[in-house]
Design a protein around this ligand. Structure first.
Ligand SMILES: *Cc1c(COP(=O)(O)O)cnc(C)c1O
Length: 363
């Protein structure tokens, strides 16, 4: 078979290891496994959402206009429904935007270490992927690279996965004034709910950005704070002409009937989200204290995960050791980093993580 030659250059996305795999490979009981590898909400899905979904509707296609969900998002963000596109996860909208701008010689620019899907989709379309020298977001470097290479799309991950740092809204605004309107700037806000809670200077208002900049596309998702990772719902917010173009590459019914029901009710239960985020940062403090007490380095995080690094750990060895004990975290060796990312779990989950890490460091 002669496959598309661009595939040679692409490593498949390394998803967090599923619980089922650990059950099979290590014979650990399902209920003893802790998965803190994919930044899912450890408190699960809001009970109100669980009550709102109607499995008996499964035989029906969803309302493909996604009217009610767009209406809810429009009210939540202070934009119009025509400024919104719904994706099967915001992942799918990343693909849509590369597809939409696709041309010979397409170039994208992103931070040295960031969400892998920007590069994977770009390469699929034969695009050239440029990275800034720093791992974390450095806007001076973004600007320099922009001026030299004139990329077609710039991805800003705010806050950044997998490192956790976060640009400020004002810095991004200043950056945008230097960018021509024919370069698309994607602001990926997958963890914005967390960042906005921790520091209001990091809070991005999509309404404000799209009103001022015709080249900004904001991405949000129901997979993280909203506790719907398994339902696959994300959204993009931009001026109408970008949304119209993105809709042309979207297949009908790209989210499911039950996903749509769940997202509509999840958006209404802000109380649940707020409580989860509050607990997240209470537990985050424990991770910071543990690291400091044990000589582990970390990057202050504006998300629901923390990245540990430094000479006290050898990330691949440590992640394997944890896996054999039923704990799944995310090794960042695939980014050529001696670091690993842990999703902040519930108090009980974190107690077990600290006990295991203590044991590992002590041996
Ligand atoms: C999780 C994540 C997404 C999207 O996830 P979906 O489940 O596809 O909505 C997008 N960007 C970043 C940085 C993420 O961490």
């Amino acid at each position: 078979m002669r496959f598309n030659p661009v595939l040679r250059d692409i490593a498949s996305y390394e998803a967090g290891k599923p619980i089922e795999l650990v059950v099979r490979e290590y014979g650990i009981k399902r209920e003893d496994i802790i998965k803190l590898a994919s930044n899912e909400n450890p408190y699960g899905t809001s009970p109100k959402v669980l009550q709102s979904i109607r499995p008996e509707d499964m035989s029906l296609y969803p309302d493909d206009s996604y009217y009610e969900l767009k209406d809810g998002l429009a009210a939540h963000y202070g934009v119009e429904a025509q400024n919104i596109i719904i994706g099967s996860g915001s992942d799918q909208i990343i693909e849509f935007c590369i597809h939409t701008l696709h041309k010979e010689g397409l170039k994208i620019l992103h931070a040295g270490v960031t969400f892998a899907m920007y590069g994977i989709y770009a390469k699929l379309y034969g695009a050239q992927v440029l990275k800034t020298p720093d791992n974390t977001h450095n806007l001076a470097q973004f600007l320099e690279s922009y001026q030299t290479h004139k990329p077609d799309i710039i991805f800003l991950c705010v806050p950044n996965n997998p490192l956790g740092e976060c640009l400020e809204s004002n810095q991004i605004e200043d950056f945008l004034t230097h960018i021509d309107s024919d370069t698309l700037v994607v602001i990926d806000g997958a963890y914005q709910e967390y960042a906005a809670y921790k520091d209001s200077a990091k809070c991005i208002s999509p309404a404000r950005f799209i009103a001022k900049y015709p080249n900004v596309l904001y991405l949000g998702t129901f997979s993280k704070a909203y506790g719907l990772g398994g339902m696959r719902v994300g959204y993009g917010i931009a001026q109408k002409d970008i949304i119209t173009a993105l809709h042309k590459v979207r297949a009908p019914f790209n989210i499911t009937t039950l996903s749509l029901q769940a997202a509509i009710s999840a958006l209404k239960d802000q109380e649940f989200i707020h409580a989860c985020i509050q607990k997240n940062f209470e537990q985050m403090t424990r991770y910071e204290e543990f690291a400091t007490a044990n000589g582990i380095e970390f990057i202050p995080s504006y998300t629901n995960f923390i990245t540990y690094h430094g000479t006290r750990i050898q990330s691949s060895k440590l992640c394997q050791w944890l896996l054999e004990r039923g704990v799944i975290v995310r090794d960042l060796a695939s980014y050529s980093l001696n670091a690993f990312r842990i999703t902040i779990g519930t108090k009980e989950q974190n107690d077990r993580i600290f006990a295991l890490l203590q044991e590992y460091l002590g041996q």
